[in-house]
Ligand binder design. Sequence first.
Ligand code: NIG
Ligand code: FE
Length: 418
Amino acid sequence: MSREREKILIRNASQVVTCSGFAAKKGTEMSDVGIIEDGAVVIENGIITQVGTTEEVLKQLDINDYLEIDARGRAVLPGFVDSHTHFVFGGYREEEFSWRMKGDSYMSIMERGGGIVSTMQATRRIRYDHLYDMAYDRLDTMMDMGVTTVEGKSGYGLDLSTELIQLRLMNELNEEHPVDVIPTFMGAHAVPPEFKGRTDEYIDYIIETVLPSIRSEHCAVFCDVFCEQGVFSIEQSERLLKAARSYRLKLKLHADEIVSLGGAELAVKMKAVSADHLLHVSDAGIKRLAQSNTIATLLPLTAFSLGEPYAPARKMIDAGCAVALASDFNPGSCFSCSVPLLFSLACIQMKMSPEEALTALTINGAAAVGRANKIGSIDVGKKADMILLQFPSYKFLPYHVGMNIVGTVIKDGMLYIV
Ligand code: NIG
Ligand code: FE
């Protein structure tokens, strides 16, 4: 990737797809992506200052001051927001993948002491600079696919010091890598071996020992919990989330991923910003989500990687939910952050329209990280986080299956050629 200067005029774009909005889009609103044909966008100091047709914008601009990008034959879109990842981890779990292909299940591997705890062991052992370099490279990979904001979870430390290391690392990356990184504390990702069989005591430990340090360092924005049968129950999750809320963290939940436990309902009750996974969400859960401001974040790459049924995206959107899409990139259930594949799975397997999928990865992704007022759409005043495709329409995203068609990324008004 190479980088160029800041005051930019993009003109003659075959389409500027604004995804305009300052809050999540729900239900039928998700189809409204806002297309400007022969579009132009002006960027100054990293902020979008004008959006319109090329003719309109050129009328009121002294083009000599600007780096001009002729976007003929190309579509201009907001940068993607990957609102659910676990990208900071040591080690890999390729053996587990082979076991699963032979019929082992994700949960049975976890019960045998593999799974998240195996990545915890590798993450506790790894040198900081190695962990940092790998995470940095992963952000590069995501940015090449058009991602300009990433949420990242801790949860591979499962003790105070290693959880803090993961969170500090994400804060450092937020400063040092062009992609914006939003750190989420997920100490309740699994029960570590030193608390085996004492899940309630582990929750006490998080509440009494870990959360106060996170609060005093201000190193996390969200708190998330793996609310799942055999991991953290509804009651344990609620107790933890209430404590997290009292420490001013915003809330997220891994909800109804493996069984229908009522995680979606708990997310709504706790006013969580998002409920994620939802492969086995109940009809009652869908109804509650539709009536709430909680975003339903769907992760089709995980369902695909685990060979599980997809979340009922169609049913949720038709019921009026605000749906976001994210990768869930992690070394276990989903070792992929592929935006191209994510798009195609959302459309081909979950029957989302290309417009709904685009909304889900832009403005609704932004809402899922509490930033819909700053990113997620091409609106005047928002951050200049944008992408230029190699094709004239956003419709090529799911259609060109599994292919990266992002040609240029603009992050905070800086130009990066992929
Ligand atoms: O979202 N389900 C829990 N957490 C991750 C998996 C993490 C791992 O297996 O390392 C998920 O799928
Ligand atoms: Fe996850």
